[in-house]
Every structure is written in structure tokens, then in C-alpha cells.
Design a protein around this ligand. Structure first.
Ligand code: R7I
Ligand code: MG
Ligand code: MG
Ligand code: MG
Length: 351
């Protein structure tokens, strides 16, 4: 129904914001066992009703997510030139939001070439192989929301929205996996305990199509790096570990870096681990971002992606209001979620 969708749209975009803002102070850190307690205490403190502190600023993850949402809200038909212009405008307005080192040259080239071919600068990155960073995946949530019941269009729009900065198949497929995970969560009923193994199976099935496509450029060797990661997710969910052992295993097998392959499946795992451990929706959201930040490395982005997935599952009412109020522009994000849903309703009326 409309109310559930509204709650899930808000939960998803707020979840993405919270992961970014709350994870950003730890980006690049190596976490020890003691640091995990520090993260827990940090989040507990922020959840206290009266607690005061300076707001937590968002980073490039949210800056770019906002541009993606704005493009969908302002343009009824997908318009990638418009989106590229929004990315570039936003970057030059606030360049110090912690953007990836190499994506900046895409913005410069796009501006120099007057947005003539919006996919060309990205295709020239890394000697023509394109970036495999997680910058495509980190900003994709609004597309998964907007096209929640239009799978094929979503896939197409995710692919092109990503290719403005990331043309490497690993960068694109990371964004596809993230959007598919969010969409599955949107369609999942809120009340029932999530079947985590069915969830992974659905992701495995859907990713097959994308990873089989470039079969022929590999001397007959079929590489399925994302599906392999998802099989690892499945195994990690099945096995019982000592906590320290588990974290070592996650870092070794899934990873925590800015590379999409070593961060999107990790974000999916954080959400599913939280679901496997408790049916309580409030705890699922909180634990998801706590796990993601506790892994260290690309904490803002992994927590943001995991938060978007978890938020789409649990809905706005299961995010702690105190965590929300500490994050920069949380009210604007709520408005953006509502506008995104309203834009969708407008399209429906015209059809
Ligand atoms: O992917 P991108 O937008 O960066 C996103 C990350 C997130 O963690 C944000 O929070 C922010 O901190 O940055 O930006 P890119 O510059 O395209 O990619 C990020 C980094 O990944 C690059 O600067 C490279 O270090 C690395 N990288 C690669 N390295 C070698 N070969 C990306 N693609 C390649 C590659 O093909
Ligand atoms: Mg960032
Ligand atoms: Mg291949
Ligand atoms: Mg990051």
C-alpha cells in the first residue's frame, strides 16, 4: 500500500544517509576488537534522547545520491545528460565531500567537453578499463525505489546512471547488485522474519544474467565474481564463528575496500547477518550499520549501502529518531523520499 511504500522510501534514503554520516568518521580505519566496542558506545550515545553534539556531515555518497534523486524527480524520462550535469555542478559547489581520487577527472572532462558524450570521460578512466570503485553502487538507491515495480527499466537506468562515472563491468554490476537488493527489500513484507537464504538465492539468480554476458571475452572462462561473493555470503551465514574469527574471515573473503566487488556484497552480508540474528526490526537496522562500521575500511560507503538495504526492509519507523536527528540534512532527505514517491504517482496518473 501507499503508506508502506512511503515508509520504505523514507527508510531507504534515511538509511543511506545515516550509514554515510555515522560511518564517515571511521573511513579508512583498521578495527580491532576494542574498536568494535567503541563503535557500539558511539551509536548508543547518539541514540540517547537528550544527547547533544555537532551534526554529522554527509560525504560524496549522499551528495551523489541526492543528484540521482533530483534527476528522477525533475525529469519524467531518464535523462543522463541532466544527471551528469547535476553531478558536476554539485562537485564544483562542494568539492570537499571526500570524493574518490579518480572520479574527479571525469567531472573535469565532462565540464570541458560540455557534456557532449556523457559516457566518454568515464570510459577513459584507468587506461580505458573504467573505474571499478563503488561510486556507482553507493548512489543508486533512488533508482531502485523509483522503479520498484519496473525491473527491466530499473536495470537499464542503473546501468546508465553508473556509466557516467564507472564503466568497468565490476563497477556497473556492483550498482546492479545493490539496486536489486534494495528492490527485493521493498517488496518484502515488513512483519515476517526474512528468509535470508531465499534472499541470497534470489540475488544469485538475478546476477547470473549480467555475469554471463561477457563470457566470450575470456577465452571460454566464465567468471562470476559477484556470484562467488554471494556464495561466500551464504556460507558465512550458515557457519558459526567466534566473533574475532568471523571478522577476520569477512575481511579476507568479502573485503571492506572502495572497490565495488569488495564492498557491495559486504553491505548485503551486514544486512543479512542482522536479519539472521534477530526478528526485531529496530535492532535489524541498528545492528546492520554497527556491523558495517565495525568492519573498518570504506565505512561510510559500506554502512550507507547496507543502511539503504536495511532501511528499505524495516521502514522509517524502525530507524532510531535520535540517530536520524544527528545527520546533516535529514529533513531534506525525508522530503526527497516523499517527492520521489510523488513523482512516481504522477507518472502513473498519466499512463
Ligand atoms: O568509485 P568512486 O566514486 O569512489 C567512491 C569512494 C567511496 O568510498 C566514497 O566514500 C569516497 O571515499 O570514494 O571513485 P573512483 O576514483 O572512480 O574510484 C575510487 C578508487 O578506486 C580510485 O581512486 C582507485 O584507487 C580505485 N580504483 C581502481 N584502482 C585500480 N584500477 C577504481 N578503479 C580502479 C582500477 O581499475
Ligand atoms: Mg564518501
Ligand atoms: Mg566475465
Ligand atoms: Mg567511502
Amino acid at each position: 500500500s501507499y503508506d508502506i511504500l512511503k515508509s520504505k522510501f523514507r527508510g531507504c534514503l534515511l538509511g543511506s544517509l545515516l550509514g554515510d554520516c555515522l560511518g564517515a568518521p571511521f573511513e579508512g580505519d583498521n578495527m580491532t576488537t576494542g574498536d568494535k566496542l567503541v563503535i557500539k558506545n558511539y551509536l548508543d550515545k547518539l541514540e540517547e534522547p537528550g544527547f547533544k553534539c555537532p551534526f554529522k556531515p554527509y560525504t560524496d555518497d549522499t551528495a551523489m545520491t541526492r543528484s540521482v534523486a533530483k534527476a528522477l524527480i525533475d525529469k519524467p524520462e531518464p535523462d543522463f545528460k541532466f544527471l551528469a550535469k547535476l553531478f558536476v555542478k554539485e562537485y564544483f559547489l562542494e568539492p570537499n565531500r571526500g570524493y574518490g581520487q579518480n572520479v574527479v577527472s571525469v567531472f573535469q572532462k565532462l565540464r570541458q567537453n560540455k557534456f557532449e558524450d556523457v559516457f566518454k570521460p568515464a570510459s577513459e578512466q584507468f587506461n580505458g578499463s573504467g573505474s571499478l570503485g563503488n561510486g556507482g553502487a553507493m548512489r543508486i538507491a533512488p533508482v531502485a525505489l523509483y522503479y520498484f515495480d519496473k525491473y527491466n527499466i530499473m536495470i537499464d537506468v542503473v546501468t546508465n546512471a553508473t556509466k557516467i562515472t564507472h564503466t568497468n563491468p565490476l563497477g556497473v554490476n556492483g550498482a546492479l547488485l545493490q539496486s536489486i537488493a534494495i528492490q527485493e527489500c521493498l517488496l518484502e513484507p515488513q512483519g515476517e522474519k526474512l528468509n535470508v537464504h531465499n534472499f541470497v538465492k534470489k540475488l544469485l539468480d538475478k546476477m547470473k544474467v549480467f555475469e554471463y554476458e561477457d563470457e566470450d571475452d575470456l577465452d571460454g572462462v566464465i567468471e562470476e565474481p559477484y556470484r562467488e561473493k554471494l556464495l561466500t555470503v551464504q556460507n558465512l551465514l550458515l557457519r558459526t564463528y567466534d566473533q574475532d574469527e568471523l571478522y577476520d574471515e569477512i575481511l579476507e573473503t568479502l573485503g571492506n575496500s572502495i572497490v565495488a566487488l569488495n564492498s557491495v556484497p559486504t553491505a548485503v552480508y551486514c544486512f543479512l547477518k542482522a536479519c539472521a540474528e534477530t526478528p526485531d526490526l529496530r535492532n535489524i537496522f541498528r545492528n546492520t550499520i554497527e556491523y558495517a562500521i565495525g568492519l573498518g575500511g570504506d565505512t561510510d560507503t559500506i554502512a550507507s549501502m547496507a543502511g539503504a538495504i536495511a532501511g528499505a526492509y524495516v521502514g522509517e519507523e524502525n530507524l532510531n529518531v535520535n540517530l536520524v536527528r544527528h545527520c546533516e540534512k535529514h529533513n531534506e532527505i525525508i522530503e526527497m523520499a516523499d517527492n520521489l514517491l510523488a513523482a512516481r504517482q504522477e507518472i502513473e496518473k498519466k499512463v
